[in-house]
Write a protein of this length. Structure first.
Length: 348
C-alpha cells in the first residue's frame, strides 16, 4: 500500500472542482461591474481604479465580517442562495454608516468538500448582495479543507472597501440634543443571535421543514434565513439630501450596544420602543425561549436594522427620502442632554 501513488484528490481536495466553480461564477461576478473595475476573476489580485469613480480627496474605509452560525441553519436546510447576501450586507452596511460608498468586495469560502452547485449558489447570493449595494465583486478565495470542516460544512467571510470624500466623512460629532432619531425597519433577524435562535428552535421541537409559527406560508428554515437588508442606496440618498448627522448599523448587541457608538459625549438617545413594529419572529423567539425584554434588545435588532440621527428641520424630508428608496422609516426618538445618565434610554 505504501507504494501506491497518491494524489491531491486522494487527500480530499479536488482542484478540478475548484476550477469549475471559478468558471461557473465568472458571469455572476461580471454582473456586478461598476466604474473603477479593471480585469476580472482569475488573477492573483483584484484591481480597482479609484480615479474612475470621480473622487477628488477620498478616504478609504474597509470592513470585514461573516455570517456566523446562521450558516448552520442554511446547511441544515439545504438552502445556500441567501447567505451570500447576508455576507455582503454585514460588511457594506458597516461602510455606509461612515458615509462611504462601497466600491468593491472580496469573499472567502472555506469548506470540507467542494460542491460546485453549492458554491455557485453561495456566490450567486454574494453577487446579488453586491448588486444591491452597488459594489463590484472583484475576487475571492475558495478553500477546500477536508479534516478541518466536516462534509458539506462551510464558512464564509467577506471584505469590503469603500470611499468617502474627506469633508463628507460621517462621524457623529455634529449630533446634538433636539436631533431626531429615525429607525429603518429590519426584515427579520438579519445575521445576529443565531446561536440563541438555534437553541430556541431545538427547544420548540419543530423541524426546519415545518411551517413557521410566525410565518405559516413558509417553512421555519426559510423564514429564519430571510437575508439581511442592505441599506446602502437609501443611506447614500439621505446623505445627498442633507441633514443626516449619524448612522448606526444595528447588529450584535442590538440598539443598546450599537447606537451609543456614534454619539458624542454629552448626548443621549431616548428611544420609544412602541414607535416601530417588530417582525413576528421576535415574539415567537421571546415566547419559546422565555426571553426578557433586556435579552431581546441586546441580542437582536428587534425590528430596526439601521438608525439615522438627523436634524429636526430635515426629519420629514429624510423620512420621505428613505421611504422613496424602499425603506420603512419611523421617528423612534430624540437626542437629549446626557447628564449623568446612560447614553441610551428607553422611554416608557
Amino acid at each position: 500500500m505504501a507504494d501506491i501513488p497518491l494524489s491531491y484528490r486522494d487527500a480530499g481536495v479536488d482542484i478540478d472542482a475548484g476550477s469549475a466553480l471559478v468558471e461557473a461564477i465568472k458571469p455572476a461576478a461580471k454582473s456586478t461591474d461598476r466604474p473603477g473595475v479593471l480585469g476580472g476573476l482569475g488573477g492573483f489580485g483584484g484591481l480597482f481604479d479609484l480615479k474612475a469613480c470621480g473622487y477628488s480627496d477620498p478616504l478609504l474605509v474597509a470592513a470585514t465580517d461573516g455570517v456566523g452560525t446562521k450558516l448552520k441553519l442554511a446547511i441544515d436546510s439545504g438552502r445556500h442562495d441567501t447567505v451570500g447576501i447576508d455576507l455582503v450586507a454585514m460588511c457594506v452596511n458597516d461602510l455606509v454608516v461612515q458615509g462611504a460608498e462601497p466600491l468593491f468586495f472580496l469573499d472567502y469560502y472555506a469548506t470540507g468538500r467542494l460542491e460546485p452547485a453549492q458554491g455557485a449558489a453561495i456566490v450567486q447570493g454574494i453577487a446579488e448582495g453586491c448588486r444591491q449595494a452597488g459594489c463590484a465583486l472583484i475576487g475571492g478565495e475558495t478553500a477546500e479543507m477536508p479534516g478541518l470542516y466536516r462534509g458539506g460544512d462551510y464558512d464564509l467571510a467577506g471584505f469590503a472597501v469603500g470611499a468617502v470624500e474627506r469633508d463628507k466623512l460621517l462621524d457623529g460629532q455634529g449630533v446634538a440634543p433636539g436631533d431626531v432619531i429615525l429607525g429603518l425597519a429590519s426584515n427579520g433577524l438579519h445575521s445576529n443571535g443565531f446561536s440563541l435562535v438555534r437553541k430556541i428552535v431545538e427547544r420548540s421541537g419543530l423541524a426546519l421543514t415545518a411551517p413557521a409559527p410566525f410565518a405559516p406560508e413558509q417553512s421555519l428554515g426559510t423564514a429564519l434565513l430571510v437575508p439581511t437588508r442592505i441599506y446602502v442606496r437609501a443611506c447614500l440618498a439621505a446623505l445627498k439630501a442633507g441633514g443626516l448627522k449619524a448612522l448606526a448599523h444595528i447588529t450584535g448587541g442590538g440598539l443598546p450596544e450599537n447606537l451609543p457608538r456614534v454619539l458624542p459625549p454629552g448626548c443621549a438617545a431616548e428611544i420609544d420602543l412602541g414607535a416601530f413594529p417588530r417582525p413576528p419572529v421576535f415574539a415567537w423567539l421571546a415566547e419559546v425561549g422565555r426571553l426578557s425584554q433586556e435579552e431581546l434588545l441586546k441580542t437582536f435588532n428587534c425590528g430596526v436594522g439601521m438608525v439615522a440621527v438627523v436634524t429636526e428641520a430635515q426629519a420629514e424630508v429624510l423620512t420621505e427620502t428613505f421611504r422613496g428608496e424602499g425603506e420603512q422609516a419611523f421617528v423612534i426618538g430624540r437626542m437629549v442632554e446626557r447628564g449623568e445618565g446612560p447614553a441610551l434610554r428607553f422611554a416608557p
